[in-house]
Write a protein that binds this ligand. Structure first.
Ligand SMILES: [Zn+2]
Length: 136
């Protein structure tokens, strides 16, 4: 991922945050994934009155990428209003593992402070991830 892609990815996540549906937690999150070929797909959290049905921004972004035929995720950015940077929840880490690699960059930042984004890798966030090895 070059600096232009990094910038576009963070911007896309920040734009998606504005569309978050978070009337219950009032915790708005935007996410964006960089797919093969440089395309970016964004998502926001989508809460529900039945709390358990809430979708995290990361999983919405992954779904958008997959729905458009992109199953190789090269990077992900996640933005919140703060005060802490929004590291992905355990469920989202596992969903990302399905379409990304251990060395896939994960960027997290607070809205309005994208240059201070923190970064790690998916493998660091979810070591020994579950992967179903199928017989071929
Ligand atoms: Zn999550």
């Amino acid at each position: 991922m070059n600096s232009s892609q990094r910038s576009r990815l963070l911007d896309a996540a920040e734009r998606a945050l504005r569309n978050a549906h978070a009337p219950y937690s009032v915790y708005r999150v935007g996410a964006a994934v960089l797919a093969d070929g440089g395309k970016i797909f964004a998502g926001c959290n989508v809460e529900n009155a039945s709390y358990g049905l809430t979708l995290c921004a990361e999983r919405v972004a992954v779904g958008a990428a997959v729905a458009a035929g992109n199953k190789n995720i090269r990077a992900i950015a996640i933005i919140s209003d703060g005060p802490e940077v929004p590291w992905p929840c355990g469920a989202c880490r596992q969903v990302l593992v399905e379409f990304a690699k251990d060395d896939t960059p994960v960027l997290v930042a607070i809205r309005g402070h994208l240059r201070a984004a923190e970064h790690t890798t998916l493998g660091a966030l979810l070591p020994h991830a579950f992967r179903l090895e199928t017989k071929s």
